[in-house]
Design a protein around this ligand. Structure first.
Ligand SMILES: *[C@@H]1O[C@H](CO)[C@@H](O)[C@H](O)[C@H]1NC(C)=O
Ligand SMILES: *[C@@H]1O[C@H](CO)[C@@H](O)[C@H](O)[C@H]1NC(C)=O
Ligand SMILES: *[C@@H]1O[C@H](CO)[C@@H](O)[C@H](O)[C@H]1NC(C)=O
Ligand SMILES: *[C@@H]1O[C@H](CO)[C@@H](O)[C@H](O)[C@H]1NC(C)=O
Length: 422
């Protein structure tokens, strides 16, 4: 009886901001409220501190990126979010009186709110980072059990975007097995994220919500009910092998992508490592054609003209940000006799303007590529007759073709075409 009473009493306790390591509650509040539709309709365009600086961040680096959005023409191209990743707060713990996470006063002397004002004054938006566990990946305070106070704090500071990571999850909050009926929306993993969705929803400022859940818990099945975008994998690296692997992963979950609903292929590595310029084009173009968030992840001041040309490409960004078509490009078989490649290479997508074809060369040498117009799904007249092929990279028409278009593509490069009937 004593036991029953104590369970009864605990269940009735309201959900309060508590330290999950000390709470004795057995009720797990599992709010069902969805993410705001006021933001996050289109995949985010912006920048994030992590790939460039990891934990070595401060206000001057973040403000430098914001100012470079303006000076390099990135703001005009549509880049909007300037996002702070891990390591921005006091590591030892929350404010002992208010329970709030405290910005590191050395790194952020004006606090996050002071920085947010400066970024807003440039006509840009600011993002922050927390974690659906007790601590962030780098060991700073996490938000599990403190969702309400953290959502309130972030929005009071003027935050517009939250990346929510998946480290330091208490054992009883993880998922040991597949939930009954494969219902991952009701898994512990999803509920940890759903709590933050509800906490954000209770604030007056709309926040774009990114679930950094590393492609676990079948997030593509339920992500849109909880956030605006969700990570499909562990962290990216500046490598061709990462680009190929995330294309393969994402190609299996294209049904999840639409307005307010984006598979996140992770932050950009253009400017980092030793990717060839062709590989950097493929990196950008495949994030574009799958409508992934594109968050630049390098010291913007060091980008070459060639790299800036890639990330500011008008026609690819227009496809990514299309206001009428929310779905991504999807693989197609380019000719009746085309061999099946382990990584899809030919993609067809639609936009406000019409039909686009993207071709990735996964081979390590220059290769001839061909697609028959009759194989391009959705093309006018079933692909019969002549078509104009336009190069989205250069913004120039290539010419008029009948039956197929055949061209040479450099190793690891991606071609991007707008194909219209004549
Ligand atoms: C895990 O344990 C904590 C502390 O007892 C509790 O507050 C929380 O609700 C538990 N989580 C789940 C999913 O049972
Ligand atoms: C809260 O108190 C603890 C223990 O005294 C201390 O280590 C921690 O730094 C304090 N937190 C803040 C944000 O001052
Ligand atoms: C290009 O590379 C592919 C494998 O990546 C190989 O099958 C093909 O023979 C190569 N072609 C040339 C012209 O070297
Ligand atoms: C493409 O069309 C040209 C010109 O009609 C033709 O010669 C060629 O055989 C076609 N290529 C393929 C792969 O169908």
């Amino acid at each position: 009886m004593l036991l029953l009473t104590s369970i009864f009493v605990t269940v009735l306790l309201p959900y309060v901001n508590s330290d999950p390591s000390t709470s004795t509650s057995t009720a797990v509040p599992a709010p069902t409220v969805g993410p705001t539709k006021e933001v996050g309709k289109l995949p985010a365009l912006g920048w994030n501190t992590w790939n460039a600086y990891a934990c070595s961040i401060d206000e001057s680096k973040v403000l430098a990126a914001a100012n470079q959005f303006v000076s390099l023409g990135l703001k005009d191209a549509g880049y909007e979010y300037v996002n702070i990743d891990d390591c921005w707060s006091v590591m030892s713990g929350r404010d002992n009186t208010t329970g709030r996470i405290v910005p590191d006063p050395t790194k952020f002397p004006d606090g996050i709110s002071g920085l947010a004002s400066k970024i807003h004054d440039l006509g840009l938006k600011i993002g922050i980072y927390s974690d659906a566990g007790t601590k962030t990946c780098a060991g700073y305070p996490g938000s599990l059990g403190n969702e309400a106070i953290d959502a309130k704090t972030f929005t009071e500071w003027g935050i517009d975007y939250l990346k929510y990571d998946n480290c330091n999850v208490p054992a009883n909050w993880s998922d040991a097995a597949t939930p009954p009926d494969d219902d991952w929306y009701n898994s512990n993993s999803a509920i940890r994220y759903r709590r933050m969705t509800a906490a954000l929803d209770a604030q007056s400022r709309p926040v774009q919500f990114n679930l950094c859940i590393w492609g676990t818990a079948n997030v593509w099945d339920w992500g849109a009910r909880v956030g605006h975008s969700w990570r499909m994998s562990g962290d990216a690296s500046a490598s061709w092998s990462y680009i190929v692997s995330i294309i393969n992963t994402n190609a299996q979950h294209l049904d999840s992508i639409n307005f307010w609903s984006h598979n996140d292929m992770d932050m950009m590595e253009i400017g980092n490592g030793d990717l060839t310029i062709e590989e950097q084009r493929t990196h950008f173009a495949t994030w574009v054609l799958f409508k992934s968030p594109i968050l630049l992840g390098t010291d913007l001041g060091k980008l070459s003209d060639d790299q800036l040309t890639i990330i500011k490409n008008k026609e690819l960004l227009e496809f990514h940000q299309d206001p009428v078509v929310g779905t991504p490009a999807a693989p197609f078989t380019p000719t009746p006799s085309a061999p099946t490649t382990s990584t899809p290479e030919y993609f067809v997508g639609r936009s406000l303007k019409g039909t686009h074809v993207f071709v990735v060369n996964t081979a390590a040498n220059t290769t001839m590529k061909t697609f028959n117009f009759a194989n391009v799904k959705g093309l006018a007249r079933g692909g019969r007759g002549s078509f104009k092929v336009h190069d989205m990279w250069t913004g120039k028409d290539i010419g008029k073709f009948t039956g197929n278009y055949t061209f040479s593509l450099a190793a690891h490069d991606t071609a991007a075409f707008f194909v219209s009937p004549l």
